[in-house]
Design a protein around this ligand. Structure first.
Ligand SMILES: [Zn+2]
Length: 267
């Protein structure tokens, strides 16, 4: 298939697709949508690796989500990373900090889990797929993540930071741009004015598009189960907000995504 779009973050291996996964994947093929399948723990990371083996337009990202409480099995991830190329692993994550439900006693655990995976990304020479979620009307997780990541970027300038599901404000975007981050824009941009304003500000060469399927479907599929092929609506909205031609935006985002995750489409 000719790849026109890459869904920079989705979970096609999740159980939400158990009944019609082949159909969902056919929809991707028909629309020219490739994807990065993202793990949130050991089990889903392995499933992500497996689904990437079955389809040449799916890559994978392995790691542990900050709210996933299982013990981080470093050896499991290191073994997967030993065959990083064969396993089609293009990033580490989704990892980061989630202080949406402020559990003060969980913060230290999250920081430790996060730093372990930052180290893993440095060793494997892979970008970070970052899940950073602050409490409502707060930037607490973003501020804390910024301080941690700034320290690592200083020591390891090559480490690339990709902000998954980025819906924070323009001020926060500015901070992470200082660290040369890229930003995964989800379907929320099709209905949230604040996200549209932030996207209007973002440099065009830092924008990637993601579904986070099965979650967070864009208009006109809002409220339904999301799937990777729906990123086309998200991309159209971004082009509209940026006052750019759809085709231009599609090409630009494709280029940004290939560069961010070092994808080789002809393989
Ligand atoms: Zn996700």
């Amino acid at each position: 298939m000719e790849i026109k779009y890459v869904d920079a973050h989705s979970h096609p291996h999740f159980s939400a697709f158990d009944n019609d996964r082949e159909e969902v994947i056919q929809n991707m093929q028909q629309s020219g949508v490739a994807a990065i399948a993202v793990g949130t723990g050991a089990k889903t990371s392995k499933q992500a690796v497996d689904i990437a083996q079955e389809h040449d337009f799916i890559w994978t990202c392995v790691g542990q989500h900050p709210t996933e409480h299982e013990e981080f099995d470093e050896n499991f991830y290191k073994e997967l990373l030993q065959n990083k190329k064969e396993n089609k692993i293009v990033a580490i994550g989704e990892c980061g900090l989630d202080l949406y439900r402020m559990e003060e006693e969980d913060k230290e655990r999250q920081i430790k889990l996060f730093e372990t995976q930052i180290q893993l990304a440095v060793e494997a020479d892979l970008p970070l797929m970052l899940h950073i979620r602050s409490a409502q009307n707060s930037t607490n997780a973003h501020d804390l993540a910024f301080d941690i990541l700034k320290r690592y970027k200083k020591e390891f300038p090559k480490l690339h930071l990709h902000m998954h599901f980025f819906t924070a404000n323009t001020e926060t975007a500015k901070k992470f741009l200082e660290l040369d981050a890229t930003f995964g824009i989800p379907g929320v941009v099709t209905f949230a004015k604040s996200v549209q304003e932030m996207v209007e500000f973002l440099p065009t060469d830092k924008i990637l598009v993601e579904s986070d399927a099965p979650y967070a479907a864009p208009i006109p599929k809002r409220g339904q189960r999301n799937e990777p092929s729906f990123i086309i609506y998200t991309l159209e909205k971004i082009a509209e907000v940026k006052k750019l031609d759809n085709d231009f935006m599609q090409m630009q985002v494709l280029e940004n995504t290939m560069k961010t995750f070092n994808l080789n489409l002809s393989e």
